[in-house]
Design a protein around this ligand. Structure first.
Ligand code: NAD
Length: 260
C-alpha cells in the first residue's frame, strides 16, 4: 500500500488512463475523487472502486468551468478532509491540418488541456498550502509534450504548455513541499486513440492497420502500445516520491518512441 489515506483528485477519471489510475490508486490505499463531465459516468467508476473495497467519490466537473472546479474541490475536501494529489488528466483530441483548423476547436482544445490544468492546480494547491502537508500535482502530458505530429497543432501546443506550467508550479510549490511533474505517455489504446485511428486513416489515405503500424507505433523500440497500467504505475511512483528532489520534470513512458 503505497498511497494509504492519501486523497487524490483525478480529472477525466471516468474513462481510459484516468480511470485506470483511479482504480490503481484505490488499490494502493488512496481515497479517490473521480472528476468527470457527466456525474453518472464518474459515479460508475466510483461504484466499481467501492465494490473492490476502495474508497471513492464522484464529482461532476467540467475542467474548463471555474465554478465547477472550485465546487468539486470544495466537495472533495468536505468529504475526504483535504487533497494530497491532483492528477490533471482530462483531455480530448481534435485532428485537422493547421490551414483547416477551426478557431473554436483550437480554443476548445486549449481550454480543456491548459485552462483545466490551471484551474484544478490553483484550487488544489490552495488546499494543499492550507493543510501544510505538501502534495503532488501530476499533469497528463504526452510524447506530444516533446514532439510534433501533423494535424495535431492544438494538442501539441497544449501538451508543450503543460511542461511550462509544471516548472512554475514546481518552483512556487517547493516552499510548501508541493511537487509538480508531467507524465508523457506514448500511444495508449483508449477511446481517445480508438477514435483517431479512422480519422488519421482518412487524412493520410492509408488503412487503419497502417495508421497503427506506420504512424502510431513506427518509432517505438518494440512496436507496442503503452498501456493504461504503465501510466498508472508511473503515477503511483510520482505521487509517493518522498522529497522535492523530483519536481518540475517530465517522465516519458512511450516504448522508446521519444528518448530525452
Ligand atoms: P479518454 O477519452 O479515454 O478519457 C478522457 C476523459 O476525459 C473522459 O472521461 C472525458 O469525459 C473526460 N473529459 C473530457 N473533457 C473534459 C472536461 N472538459 N472536463 C472533465 N473531463 C473531461 O482519453 P485518455 O486516452 O484516457 O486520455 C486521458 C489523458 O491522457 C488526456 O489528457 C490525453 O491527452 C492523455 N494522453 C493520452 C494518450 C493516449 O494515447 N490515449 C497518450 C498520451 C496522453
Amino acid at each position: 500500500m503505497q498511497l494509504t489515506d492519501k486523497v487524490a483528485l483525478i480529472t477525466g477519471a471516468a474513462s481510459g488512463i484516468g480511470k485506470e489510475i483511479a482504480i490503481e490508486y484505490a488499490r494502493q490505499g488512496a481515497k479517490v475523487v473521480i472528476a468527470d463531465l457527466v456525474l453518472e459516468a464518474a459515479s460508475a467508476t466510483a461504484a466499481a472502486i467501492e465494490a473492490d473495497g476502495g474508497q471513492a467519490m464522484a464529482v461532476a466537473m467540467d475542467v474548463t468551468n471555474e465554478a465547477q472546479v472550485e465546487q468539486g474541490v470544495r466537495d472533495a475536501v468536505a468529504h475526504f478532509g483535504g487533497i494530497d494529489v491532483l492528477i490533471s488528466n482530462a483531455g480530448i483530441q481534435i485532428i485537422s491540418p493547421v490551414v483547416d483548423y477551426a478557431f473554436d476547436q483550437w480554443k476548445k482544445m486549449l481550454a480543456i488541456h491548459l485552462d483545466g490544468a490551471f484551474l484544478t492546480t490553483r484550487a488544489c494547491m490552495r488546499e494543499m498550502i492550507k493543510a501544510g502537508k505538501g502534495g503532488a500535482i501530476i499533469y497528463m502530458g504526452s510524447v506530444h509534450s516533446h514532439e510534433g505530429s501533423p494535424f495535431k497543432s492544438a494538442y501539441v501546443a497544449a501538451k508543450h504548455g503543460l511542461l511550462g506550467l509544471a516548472k512554475v508550479v514546481a518552483k512556487e510549490g517547493a516552499k510548501d513541499r508541493i511537487r509538480a511533474n508531467v507524465i508523457c505517455p506514448g500511444f495508449v489504446r483508449t477511446p481517445l486513440v480508438d477514435k483517431q485511428i479512422p480519422e488519421q486513416a482518412a487524412q493520410l489515405h492509408i488503412s487503419e492497420d497502417d495508421v497503427v503500424k506506420k504512424v502510431m507505433l513506427k518509432d517505438t523500440i518494440d512496436g507496442e502500445f503503452t498501456t493504461t497500467q504503465d501510466v498508472a504505475q508511473t503515477a503511483i511512483w510520482l505521487a509517493q516520491f518522498p522529497s522535492t528532489a523530483l519536481s518540475g520534470q517530465s517522465i516519458v513512458v512511450s516504448h522508446g518512441w521519444y528518448m530525452q
